[in-house]
Design a protein around this ligand. Structure first.
Ligand code: EPZ
Length: 423
C-alpha cells in the first residue's frame, strides 16, 4: 500500500492542468451500453474508479480499449447482465449500469452497494423510479434483480430528493423506453447536464437540460449512435487545487478548467479574501496573506458541493476567525475532522455542523485518509503543517485524483508517494 509524505510551509508556483471529471466520466461510460456503435470518449481522468467501471463492462462482455485519456467502448458484445459483488463493493457508482442494462436487455442484476464511509447512501430512489417505468424489482441475496420483459415505459417521476446518480440512471433508462419520461426534481450538476447533452446529440430528444424538470423522449428500444465526445473538466479537482493555492498562499494557474461550473466554490474563496483571473478555460488564483473565515452549507448544484466540504474545512483552519461548515448531503462526511484535530486543528463537531476556530498552528503527523475528498483535505493540511505529514490509506485518493502528487510536484510541492513498510 502507498502513502503520501509532505511537509509544511510550502510555496507553490506554476500551472496545473485539470483532468476530465470522474463523476461525468462514470455515467458517460455506463451510457455506452445504450450504443450500437463503438463509442470514443476523450479527456478521461486516469483514476481507479474509471478503471473499475471499464473492468465491470469488460466482465459483462464489452470490449474496452483505454489509452492515456481516451477510451473506445464496444458494447455490441455485451452478453452478461449481472454486476457482481466483487466489483460493486469496490465502487458504489457501479449502480450506474442498472438503468442502461435493464433498458437494453430487459433484465439486470446488480449487487446492492451497501453503505460507505460517508453515509448509508441508499438507492431506493433509483429503484422506485424504475418500478414506475414498469420494471419488476426484487431484492434477493444481496442483489437487485430488475426485469422488464416488455421494455420500460415512459412516465412521470418525482424524486423525493435530488440524486445525482439516480437522475443519471433514470435518464439512461428513459432513453430507450417507450414514450416520454418526465423527471421532476432532477439533479442539475454539470456532470448530469453533459450526460443529457450527449444523449440529446445521439438521437434521444431531451428537453429541460440543466433544469430541475427533464423530459426524455425514449427511442422505444432503438440503440443510439454516439459520436466521439470529450469529458468536461473536473470541477472538484480544480476546486481542490484552488484550495491548495489558497492554503499555501501561492499563485497558481489552472488550465483545461470551466469556471462556469465552479460559481459557488469561487465565490466562497472570494469571501475568504482570494481573488481570481478567469478566462474561458483557465483560472488563476491570487493569494491573500489574511484568509477570512467563512460560512458554508453543502447543497445540491448550483449551491456549494459536498465534495468540496473537506478541503474548505482544511482551509478554514488557516482563516483568521470562526468558520461554520454545515454538511447537508451525507450524514457521516466529517471523518477528516478527527484527523485534522490530531494535527492540532481547533474544530468542534455538533451533529452535521463543524465550527472551525482559526488560525490553528498545525503540526505534521501520521494521518489516515477515510474517503476520497477527506484524503485531499489531509494533503492540504499537510502542506501548511509544521514538519512531516504522512497520509495513509491513499487508495481512497487514487479513486478520484489523477496523479495528484505529480501535479503538485510540478508546481514545486514537496510531496512524495512511498510504500508502507510491511510489519
Ligand atoms: C454523487 O453521488 C457523486 N458520485 C458523489 O461524489 C457526490 O458526493 C454526490 O453525488 C452528491 O453530490 C458520483 O457522481 C459517482 P446522490 P450519489 O444520490 O449520486 C440520498 C465524490 O467524492 N439518496 O446525489 O451517490 C443520499 O443518501 C463523491 O466524488 C437517497 O436517499 O449521491 C444523499 O443524502 C462521493 N436515496 C443524497 O440523496 C437514493 O436512492 C444525495 O445523494 C439516492 C440518494
Amino acid at each position: 500500500m502507498d502513502y503520501l509524505q509532505t511537509y509544511g510551509e510550502q510555496k507553490l508556483n506554476g500551472t496545473i492542468e485539470i483532468s476530465g471529471a470522474k463523476n461525468a466520466s462514470l455515467p458517460l461510460i455506463a451510457m455506452t451500453i445504450l450504443a450500437k456503435n463503438n463509442v470514443h470518449i476523450k479527456n478521461l481522468p486516469n483514476v481507479a474508479d474509471i478503471k473499475t467501471l471499464l473492468k465491470l463492462l469488460s466482465n459483462l462482455g464489452a470490449k474496452c480499449e483505454f489509452h492515456e485519456d481516451k477510451v473506445t467502448v464496444d458494447t455490441s458484445t455485451l452478453n452478461q447482465t449481472k454486476a457482481k459483488y466483487d466489483i460493486v463493493k469496490t465502487m458504489r457508482a457501479s449502480i450506474l449500469v442498472l438503468g442502461p442494462i435493464l433498458a437494453r436487455f430487459g433484465h439486470c442484476e446488480v449487487s446492492l452497494p451497501g453503505g460507505c464511509a460517508i453515509g448509508q447512501r441508499p438507492i431506493d430512489l433509483h429503484l422506485k423510479a424504475l418500478e414506475h417505468m414498469g420494471a419488476k424489482i426484487d431484492i434477493k441475496s444481496g442483489y437487485v434483480e430488475a426485469t422488464a420483459p416488455d421494455g420500460l415505459k415512459g412516465c412521470n417521476i418525482i424524486f423525493d430528493k435530488i440524486t445525482v446518480t439516480g437522475t443519471a440512471n433514470i435518464v439512461m433508462a428513459a432513453s430507450l423506453a417507450k414514450g416520454k419520461t418526465v423527471i421532476t426534481n432532477a439533479a442539475r450538476e454539470p456532470e448530469v447536464v453533459q450526460l443529457c447533452e450527449v444523449l440529446n446529440a445521439s438521437g434521444v430528444k431531451i428537453e429541460g437540460i440543466a433544469t430541475a424538470v427533464l423530459t426524455i423522449h425514449g427511442t422505444d428500444s432503438k440503440l443510439l449512435n454516439i459520436d466521439e465526445f470529450k469529458v468536461i473538466p473536473d470541477r472538484i479537482e480544480a476546486g481542490t487545487y484552488l484550495c491548495a493555492g489558497a492554503i499555501t498562499k501561492s499563485k497558481l494557474t489552472l488550465t483545461n478548467v470551466d469556471a462556469t461550473h465552479m460559481g459557488s466554490i469561487i465565490s466562497k474563496l472570494e469571501e475568504m479574501g482570494l481573488s481570481f483571473d478567469i478566462t474561458k478555460d483557465s483560472i488563476t488564483i491570487h493569494p491573500t496573506q489574511d484568509i477570512k473565515p467563512v460560512k458554508i452549507t453543502t447543497q445540491e448544484y448550483p449551491a456549494f458541493p459536498t465534495d468540496m466540504q473537506a478541503q474548505f474545512l482544511a482551509l478554514a483552519t488557516q482563516a483568521d476567525g470562526v468558520s461554520i461548515i454545515e454538511e447537508k448531503l451525507f450524514e457521516n462526511r466529517f471523518m477528516h475532522v478527527s484527523e485534522l484535530q490530531r494535527m492540532g486543528a481547533d474544530i468542534t463537531l455538533n451533529g452535521n455542523i463543524a465550527t472551525v476556530n482559526g488560525i490553528s498552528k498545525l503540526s505534521g503527523t501520521d494521518v489516515m485518509a477515510t474517503d476520497l475528498r477527506a484524503s485531499s483535505a489531509l494533503v492540504l493540511a499537510g502542506m501548511v503543517a509544521e514538519g512531516e505529514t504522512n497520509i495513509h490509506r491513499i487508495y481512497h485518493l487514487d479513486r478520484g485524483y489523477d496523479n495528484l502528487e505529480k501535479k503538485l510536484q510540478n508546481v514545486g510541492a514537496n510531496i512524495k508517494r512511498l510504500k508502507e513498510e510491511t510489519l
